[in-house]
Structures are given as C-alpha cells and as structure tokens.
Ligand binder design. Structure first.
Ligand code: ADP
Ligand code: MG
Length: 741
C-alpha cells in the first residue's frame, strides 16, 4: 500500500480577480523506501505538488490518501498532526531560525515535540555531527554559508525523524560542491524513508534516484522507474506536547535573541506604559483637586489638610500629647488654641451708617507692612486686610480707617465689643468677598476669652433663680474680668435687682458656674456693687453702653473659673495623599478626628462630577487609541516574526503553542518595560530623579493604581498576541508564508 496516493487532485490559486491552476488532475502513488526526483520547468507545479502532499497547502479537487486514509475531511488540526508525524520539509531558502545557533535550530524541533532539554543534548550533538557541523554548533544560522545552512535544515529533518522527507530544490541556492554533499547527505538519511526531491539538476541525484517524475504545465508528463528500492514500513514517532518549561525557555530565547526587535518592543511598551500612567495620573489629579474644594459651615478655617482632634477619653491635652503629635511623620503643624483659627468676626451697624466688614482674625506680626494707617497696639485696635478692588475698600476706605465698630462673633452673634481700625493692608490675592483682620497679641487674648465664654455654657444661680447662657434673651448675661473688682466679689448689673428682696441684690451671694462637655466649675461670690449709669465709669473705667447685662469679676477669680485647659487641637497634614495612614495613626492614639477634606461640601459637586466623568471617558478613549497605535507598531515589529512562526508550525508547533510562545515573548517585554518604568518612578518618588513631570505624575499613585495599570497592560499585551496569532493561523501555512500577516 502506498503511503501517499493522489487521485485526480487539482490545486487552484484564487487571487483577487483571477484563478490560476497549480496542477491539474494529478494521479500519483508514493511508496515508503522510494527516492523520488521530480523535475520540470519553472512554473510547472512542482512546488505546489510538494506543498500539497506535505499538508502545507490545501487542494481543491480529487482525493488524497495518507497511509490509506482519505483526507477530504481533514481539519487544520488533522493536517497539523499529519505534518508532525509524517513530514520533514527542506526548502530552497532553508527556512532556518536565523537568530538561533545551529544547536538551537536542531534543538528547537525536539523541544517542540515534547522532549526534555536534558535528554536531548547528546542526540542534538550527534545529529550535528552527522551533518558535519560540530565546529559550527554555536554559530548563528545567519552566519553560515548556503551549504551549511542546508545541512542544518537536513539535521532538523533528521531530528524530526519522520517517515517522509520532502525537499523543494534543496540545492537551488548552492554551488556544485555543496550541492553534491547535500544530496549525498539526503541519500544517507533516506534509508527506510520516502524521499521526494524537486531539482533542476537531475544529474546531481541521478545515482540515488529510484524514480523520476517530470512535470509540465501542471501535469505529470513522465513517471519512470530508475532502480529498484527496498520497500519499508512507515515508522511513526510518538510525539509529546511541548512542556511548560520548554515554552518558557523558548519564550525567553525569543524575547532576547533579536536585539533590535527587543529594543523596539521595549520602547513601544515603555512609552505605552508611560502614556497610560500619565493619562491616568492627570485623571487622578483632577479628581483629587476636586475633593479639596468646598465649604464647611461649622469652621471658618477650612484648609482641607486640617484635622480637628479631641481625645476620646475627654481629658485635656497634655504637653506630652502635643509633643507626640508634633513628632508624627505627616503632620506639618499643631495648633493648640485652634478655636482662634475659626474665629470670624464682623462689624455691626452703629446706627447712623452701616459698613459690613468681616473675616477671620490672626495675630499681627510686628514687621507687617501696612498700606494705610498704623499697627494696632492696644487690645481694641485692629487692622483690616482686603483686596484693593473690593467694594468696601474702593468706596469706603476713608470711612473704615480710624473708625470704631462694634464687632460680633459670626457664628453665635455674640457681641465682642468695639474695635478701632488703625490700619489697612491690601492683599490682592484675596477675592472680593474675603478679608481678614490682624490684631495685637493682647487683642487676640481678649478675643480668646470672649470666645471661651461663647463656647462654654455659663450659669448663674441667685436666690433660687438660674440664669444660663443657653436660655433665651431675657436671661442672657455676660461675664467679664476687671482688675478693679476685689477678690471673691462681683459687680452686677442692676436688672438683677428684680430677683432680690427689697429690689436690691447688694451683698447677696451667687454661684457662677461654667460648663462644657469636658468639665464643670463653680465659684461662689458676693455681689459688692450694683452697677448703674452713675457708678459704672468711676468703678470700672468703662462705658456702660458697651457692657449690657454684665457681671464683672476679679481677674484671679475669672481665671480660676475659666479653664485654661485645651480640649480641642488642630493638626495640619503635610501630604494629603498619605492622609488615610495619618488619620489611622491619630485614631490609634485615641483621638476623635474631624478631617476637613472629608467634610467639605461642594455645591458645584454635580457639575464637577460630570466633568470628571467626561475626563474618565477621555481617558478610556485615549487608552483605547494608544492600544491601537501600539498594536499597529507591534504588528510591524512582529512582521519579522512571520517566518519564525511559520517555521515552527512546519516543524510541528500547533497554533496554541505558537500563541503561547508569543504570549511569553511579549509578556517578558512588557514586564521589563513596566519594571523599568516602575524603577524610574521609584527614583522620582525618592527624589533621586528630580524631574517635575515624573514627580507630579507619581504623586497621585497608590499601590492599587500600579496594580490596576499593570493588569490593563497585561491584558492589552495578551490581546495583541491573540490577534496576531489569529491572523497568523487563519489560513494554511503556505498562505501565511506568502501573505503578509
Ligand atoms: P514550480 O515550483 O514548478 O516552479 P509552482 O508550483 O511554484 O511551480 O507553480 C505552479 C503554478 O502555480 C504556476 O503557474 C504559478 O504561477 C502558480 N502559482 C504558484 N503559486 C501561486 C500563488 N501563490 N498564487 C497564484 N498562482 C501561483
Ligand atoms: Mg518551485
């Protein structure tokens, strides 16, 4: 029984608008043991015939039998198996992997067919010796002469050890001497095999041929027995699949053995990584910035990096607490009397005309330079700071300067007393609606006392009546300190008389108490004077109209009553990107935290959300475009790999194996590019590289982002190799060979 049998087989080539015939209605029987030489003019269909019988190309008509089996139902996988088990190809143009050494070229066949690397070394060396190339085993295929190359190709066929060897003009590119030795070699290895050789030089093989076939115009015109042959039986080698380890070995080899290809892929992946990161970081930055904007209705110092702290156990802050806060890594500053940060005051109408100026209050620096007026010296003097173009400074500057205004605490409306504007400073970085005040140290002290009282509940118990700052207007009262009042005594306002016998509270005892969520303190005092318009100024040196419903207390008593303890402290975070970690540390230290950034209400949030979403869409479009741009560049770079993948396919690699090898190759490239990029960002982060573009970029990355982008890049890389493999294996081997993928 013949091993290959063709019955009326035709092969057509379908081109864009024409069909041409490769060969027509061929009948042919080939036996094991034959040495068949095919000759014929160029274009007579010899190569086409060889490609069809070796399963590299399809046929259109007739029947082909392999070992008695009809092949019309063969799928691409069946042909793959057939080639693997039966066919060893040798081509005119050698089809070696040029970037591999002689050893690697031969080894490749065995690796692809599932041999372990260790067990094949001897075999490979032996085969190389058979073809007489031991001296060149470590030479790259590209450096060999034509004859040597063809001997490598024969060595490869030997390694494959198939029953059929198909050689298409193996000596076509060789000089006479090399041609002779190649033919001899073919003869030597042809024992018990079927050899089919196409050649122009019949004389070269005459002495080995058992049969000669001449072709012309797609037909066999002569088929002649030359000599007898020893019939043989096809001995099939049992092949295994490429092992995972060998996949990795080949993938690594392929990733690095062509330097330019590696360099180009590295560059593409590196820039791809960088651009994706850059896009992503600008998105991150935009959403981060958006989070910093907004308002807070409770606090007037709204820096997003402010964290207001209270102790969970409700005790006051000790020096040790403050020091430990100051020593924390990501804390820029600690503000003890943080209530003052939120102190916002505004002017009240003075009856005749109304000028409304408002803002936060800060202690003035003695070296401060003013644009108008003088620095404040006394505790009731103050400097106004605003934009020069603001409404009040452009129209009422003269009215404001050197005038006295009543001020109130903005949040509670509590009256704070009169302040005189001694100076004006322009600050054009402020917008029209913001302004602030600068005040002397003693002035700030005065404000602090008022604020303390505002934020602490004060009670006064007199004759069984309780007056409290938390009551309605009628029971309101104020406490002020004054040096003129003797210790243990108070000067009380006259309205209190209504609550005492005989309409006078003189010499009555009262209990003053002060209370907030952290502490409570009582003080018993005696009313020494009832204040009225006549005795007010002589007793206290103050004007009565500024102090309605006021109890005056001796300085010492006052300080004893009002705690100096700090129950609330603000810290300012240095690097907001690390805020999560810092907040966690603060909580672990036993603090209740109020993080301003998380408590900013942004009225434009919806619009900004839309803008961010729009940016996210742009990010995705940009990433998608980058993907396609890199795909096309990588495709061009991989074009040089078409031959490689077709070659390993001829040598017995399946589509899956080829795809996996490409996967490994590209994954190695992308990982190297990614790690290099990561290295550079780390250097930028640690300040070794001081490139502001890089620095800005990495600032907005968390570990999560790095992982996310890594996954995106890996997926992109797999998609690219998938598409490439798909195109590469879409059609028969010869078609991929001919066409550009
Ligand atoms: P040979 O190897 O004997 O020189 P071929 O088998 O290469 O001849 O070609 C046989 C015929 O098939 C020729 O007419 C040739 O033009 C045609 N042919 C070969 N390859 C193709 C192809 N890819 N597309 C179209 N026609 C082809
Ligand atoms: Mg040809």
């Amino acid at each position: 029984m013949s091993i290959i049998k063709l019955k009326n087989v035709s092969k057509f080539y379908y081109n864009k608008n024409s069909i041409s015939s490769g060969f027509n209605k061929l009948n042919l029987d080939l036996d094991m043991g034959e040495f068949v030489v095919i000759t014929g003019e160029s274009g007579s269909g010899k190569s086409t015939l060889l490609n069809v019988i070796s399963g590299l190309d399809s046929y259109e008509e007739g029947e082909m039998y392999i070992d008695g089996e009809e092949t019309s139902h063969y799928t691409e996988v069946d042909y793959e198996n057939y080639r693997r088990k039966y066919i060893g190809n040798i081509f005119q143009n050698f089809n070696l992997v040029n970037s591999y050494t002689v050893y690697q070229n031969v080894e490749l066949v065995l690796l692809l067919n599932g041999y372990k690397k260790e067990e094949i070394k001897e075999k490979v060396l032996e085969i190389i010796k058979t073809v007489n190339l031991t001296k060149y085993k470590n030479t790259k295929a590209s450096k060999l002469s034509g004859g040597q190359k063809q001997r490598v190709a024969i060595a490869r066929a030997l390694a494959k050890d198939t029953p059929i060897i198909v050689a298409d003009e193996p000596t076509g590119n060789l000089d006479v001497k090399s041609a002779k030795s190649v033919m001899k070699l073919l003869k030597d290895i042809s024992k018990n095999k079927l050899v089919v050789i196409v050649t122009h030089n019949y004389e070269q093989v005459e002495e080995y041929a058992t049969r000669r076939i001449s072709m012309n115009d797609g037909k066999i015109i002569e088929d002649k027995k030359i000599s007898a042959y020893e019939p043989a039986k096809a001995e099939l080698v049992q092949y295994r699949d490429l092992t995972e380890k060998n996949k990795l070995i080949l993938g690594l080899r392929n990733a690095f053995n062509i330097k330019t290809k590696f360099g180009l892929l590295f560059l593409v992946y590196f820039f791809l990584t960088m651009l994706v990161f850059s896009e992503y970081s600008s998105l991150n930055k935009a959403s981060f910035d958006a989070e910093l904007e907004g308002d807070n209705y409770y606090f007037s110092e709204k820096s997003p990096n402010r964290v207001i702290l209270k102790k969970n156990n409700k005790t006051s802050f000790t020096e040790k607490d403050i020091d430990s806060l100051k020593n924390m890594e990501n804390i820029k500053s600690v503000v003890k009397e943080d209530m003052l940060l939120d102190l916002s005051i505004s002017s009240m109408s003075d009856g005749s005309h109304y000028i409304y100026i408002a803002g936060n209050v800060k202690e003035i620096d003695k070296s401060e330079r003013l644009d108008k007026g003088t620095l404040p010296e006394r505790e009731n003097e103050i400097v106004f700071v605003g934009s020069k173009d603001s409404y009040y400074l452009s129209f009422f500057e003269d009215e404001i300067l050197n005038s006295e205004f009543d001020f109130q605490d903005d949040k509670t409306g509590s009256i704070l007393g009169k302040f005189k504007i001694t100076g004006i400073k322009y600050d054009d970085s402020l917008n029209d609606n913001t302004s602030y005040f600068l005040i002397s140290k003693s002035g700030l002290e005065r404000l602090k006392q008022s604020e303390t009282l505002i934020y602490n509940k004060q009670d006064m118990k007199l004759n069984g009546h309780i007056f409290s700052t938390e009551d309605d207007e009628t029971n309101r009262f104020n406490i002020k300190k004054n040096k003129s009042v003797p210790k243990g005594k108070v000067y009380a306002y006259s309205e209190l008389n209504a609550y005492c016998e005989n309409y006078t509270c003189l010499d009555e005892k009262m209990i003053l108490s002060i209370e907030n969520i952290y502490y409570k303190k009582d003080l018993e005092v005696t009313i020494k004077e009832i204040l009225n318009n006549d005795n007010f100024e002589p007793l206290l040196g103050l004007k009565p109209e500024n102090y309605p419903y006021t109890i005056f207390l001796n300085d010492e008593d006052y300080d004893a009553l009002i705690s100096k303890e700090e129950y609330q402290v603000s810290v300012f975070i240095d690097d907001l990107k690390q805020s999560d970690k810092t907040l966690k540390e603060l909580k672990e230290k036993g603090y209740y935290t109020y993080f301003m950034k998380d408590n900013l209400v942004d009225e434009a949030a919806e619009v900004k959300g839309l803008i961010l979403m729009f940016r996210a869409v742009i990010f995705m479009i940009a990433t998608g475009s980058l993907f396609f741009i890199s795909y096309f560049i990588i495709k061009i770079i991989l074009k040089s790999r078409n031959i490689y993948f077709s070659t390993i396919r001829i040598l017995g690699a399946t589509k899956n194996v080829a795809k996996q090898l490409l996967d490994i190759e590209l994954l190695i490239d992308i990982n190297i590019a990614y790690i290099s990029f990561l290295g550079i960002t780390l250097l930028a982060r640690s300040g070794i590289i001081t490139n502001s573009y890089l620095k800005d970029m990495v600032e907005f990355f968390t570990f999560k982002d790095f992982v996310l982008i890594y996954v995106v890049l890996i997926i992109m890389s797999l998609l690219i190799s998938n598409r490439y493999a798909h195109k590469l294996f879409k059609s028969s081997v010869m078609k991929t060979y001919r066409e550009e993928v």
